[in-house]
Design a protein around this ligand. Structure first.
Ligand code: HEC
Ligand code: HEC
Length: 413
C-alpha cells in the first residue's frame, strides 16, 4: 500500500469535487459515522441537504449502502455482484474485470477491482452525477479536469504519478480511481474474536459464543451460504459465498425515490435478475459478508430490519417473519411494502427448510454473530478522525451526525 496515494484518496472520498452535481461524495453514503456504511435503510444520493446521518434528507435511491470496510478483499462487489473480477481474485486482473454494459470489460487494465469500481458511482445520475450531460467517459474526464485544476491535487498527484508532471501531463480519472481505492484498502477490520480463537487464544470467545459458533458452522447451517472457504486467498474468510440467494426479505418502497423500481407496480427490486436478465434470478441478493455486522444501523439490501436478532430470526422462519413483518420501525417515508408472495415463492431451499433452534441456541447464535465476528477496530471511533477538516476544492465538508448503531450483542446474550 502507498500511504501517500491513500491520503489523496481520503481527501477525494470526502470531497464533493467528485460529484458533478456538487453535493455528494463517497462518504455521503459510506460515512465514517456508520463505519463506512449508511445509517439509512435506503440511501439518499444527490439533492441532499449536506448532512450525513439521521437528518439527511432528499430523494431515496433503491438500496442500503453497505460498508466499504473489507470490501477491497471481495472478488465480487455490489449487492447483486454486478462488478466482478473473473479470476476470482480482486488483485488479479488477468481474466478481466466484468461490469454491466457499457463498461463491460473495458476497465480490466486497472490494477485492482476497487480502482475500477470507483469509475461507477461518479457517473451514476442518482448517486453523484445528477443530470450532467455527456457520455460516461466525458463525465469522468470532466471530474478529472476539475481535480487537475486544483493546485493541491495536481501537486500531490504529480508526486505519485510522474506522467502528471510531464509536459502536457494532467490528472486523469485513472489516477483518481486508484487513489480512492488505495484509501479504501486502508479500511480493513478482520481481526475478530473468532480469528484470535482460531490462532489459539482459547478465551477469545465466551462460552456462549463458542456454542453459537458450533451452531453457525453446524446445525444452524449458516456457513452453507456465509462461507469461509471460498477458493482464493484474499476474500475467503469473509463469511460469504459471494453468491446470490432468495431469503425472502420484505420489499420496501420509499415515498419519494429517484430510482427506477422493478415490476408491474414499480414497487419491487429484482436483485440479481437486473444483471443476468434471467427471471430465475429474481429477488436474489448476494450473501452478506458478516464481519462486523453488529455495528450496522440497519440490515439487508434495503434495511428492512433494524435489529440483528430480527434478521437472524427471519432466516429461521422466513414465511412467518414475512407474514408478521411491519415496517413500523423504519422512517415515515419507508412504510410502503412491495408484494411478498412472489418473493416467498422463490425461497432458497435452505431457507425454506430451516433448522429448528430452541431459545437458548438462538441466543448463543446471535451472541456469536454479534460479538464473535466483531473487530473492535471497525467501530466509528476509529473512523471519525478520518474526516478531513477541509478539502482541496474548497467545497464545505459534509456534516457527519452521530448514528445510533446500538449494542445488540448485550441484549442478544
Ligand atoms: C448515493 C449513495 C452512494 C454513493 C455516493 C456512493 N455509493 Fe458506494 N454504494 C452505494 C450502494 C447503495 C451500494 C450497493 C448498491 C447495489 O448493490 O446496488 C454501494 C456499493 C459500494 C461498494 C461495494 C461494496 C460491496 O459490499 O460489494 C463499494 C466498494 C462502494 N460502494 C464504494 C463507493 C465509492 C468509492 C464511492 C465514491 C466514488 C461510492 N461508493 C459512492 C451507495 C453509494
Ligand atoms: C441460503 C443462504 C443463506 C443461509 C443458509 C443463511 N444466510 Fe444469512 N443471508 C443470506 C443472504 C442472501 C443475505 C442478504 C439478503 C439481502 O440483503 O436481501 C443474508 C443476510 C444475513 C444477515 C444480515 C446482514 C446484512 O446486513 O445484510 C445476517 C445477520 C445473516 N444473514 C445471518 C445468518 C445466520 C446467522 C444464518 C444461519 C442461521 C444465515 N444467515 C444463513 C443468505 C443466507
Amino acid at each position: 500500500m502507498d500511504p501517500q496515494l491513500a491520503l489523496v484518496g481520503q481527501l477525494l472520498f470526502f470531497d464533493p469535487v467528485t460529484s458533478l452535481s456538487g453535493d455528494n461524495t463517497c462518504a455521503g453514503c459510506h460515512g465514517p459515522n456508520a463505519s463506512f456504511a449508511d445509517g439509512h435503510s435506503i440511501t439518499i444520493g444527490v439533492d441532499n441537504n449536506g448532512v450525513v446521518g439521521p437528518s439527511r434528507t432528499g430523494p431515496r435511491n433503491m438500496r442500503r449502502s453497505p460498508t466499504v470496510v473489507n470490501s477491497v478483499l471481495f472478488p465480487r462487489l455490489m449487492l447483486n455482484s454486478r462488478f466482478e473480477s473473473l479470476s476470482g481474485d480482486p488483485f488479479d486482473n488477468s481474466a478481466g474485470f466484468l461490469f454491466p454494459a457499457p463498461e463491460a470489460t473495458s476497465l480490466s487494465y486497472l490494477p485492482h477491482l476497487m480502482a475500477a469500481q470507483a469509475f461507477m458511482p461518479v457517473v451514476d445520475e442518482i448517486e453523484m452525477a445528477g443530470d450532467f450531460p455527456g457520455t460516461r467517459d466525458e463525465m469522468r474526464a470532466e471530474i478529472a479536469r476539475r481535480v487537475d485544476g486544483i493546485e493541491d491535487y495536481r501537486v500531490q498527484f504529480g508526486r505519485l504519478f510522474p506522467e502528471v508532471h510531464e509536459e502536457g501531463g494532467r490528472v486523469i480519472f485513472d489516477h483518481i480511481g486508484q487513489a480512492i481505492a488505495e484509501f479504501q484498502s486502508t479500511l480493513v477490520a478482520a481481526n475478530a474474536p473468532i480469528d484470535q480463537f482460531a490462532r489459539g487464544q482459547r478465551d477469545a470467545l465466551t462460552n456462549a459464543q463458542k456454542r453459537g459458533a458450533l451452531l453457525f458452522f453446524g446445525k444452524a447451517g449458516c456457513v452453507g451460504c456465509h462461507a469461509v472457504n471460498v477458493p482464493f486467498a484474499s476474500g475467503a474468510e469473509m463469511f460469504t459465498d459471494y453468491r446470490e440467494h432468495v431469503i425472502g426479505i420484505p420489499q420496501i418502497v420509499p415515498d419519494v425515490t429517484n430510482a427506477s423500481f422493478d415490476g408491474p407496480g414499480t414497487d419491487e427490486d429484482f436483485g440479481l435478475e437486473q444483471v443476468t436478465g434471467d427471471p430465475a434470478d429474481r429477488y436474489a441478493f448476494r450473501t452478506t459478508p458478516l464481519r462486523n455486522v453488529s455495528i450496522q444501523a440497519t440490515f439487508t439490501h434495503n434495511g428492512a430490519f433494524v435489529r440483528l436478532e430480527d434478521v437472524i430470526l427471519h432466516h429461521l422462519d422466513a414465511v412467518s417473519s414475512a407474514a408478521t413483518y411491519s415496517p413500523d420501525e423504519l422512517p415515515a417515508d419507508l412504510q410502503n411494502l412491495g408484494p411478498m408472495e412472489p418473493v416467498l415463492a422463490r425461497l432458497d431451499p435452505q431457507i425454506a427448510n430451516p433448522p429448528s433452534l430452541n431459545q437458548d441456541e438462538f441466543n448463543d447464535l446471535v451472541d456469536f454473530v454479534c460479538g464473535g465476528l466483531l473487530d473492535d477496530d471497525a467501530h466509528p471511533d476509529r473512523f471519525m478522525p478520518l474526516i478531513p477538516r477541509g478539502v482541496p476544492s474548497g467545497f464545505p465538508v459534509h456534516t457527519f451526525e452521530p448514528i445510533a448503531l446500538g449494542d445488540p450483542c448485550l441484549d442478544g446474550s
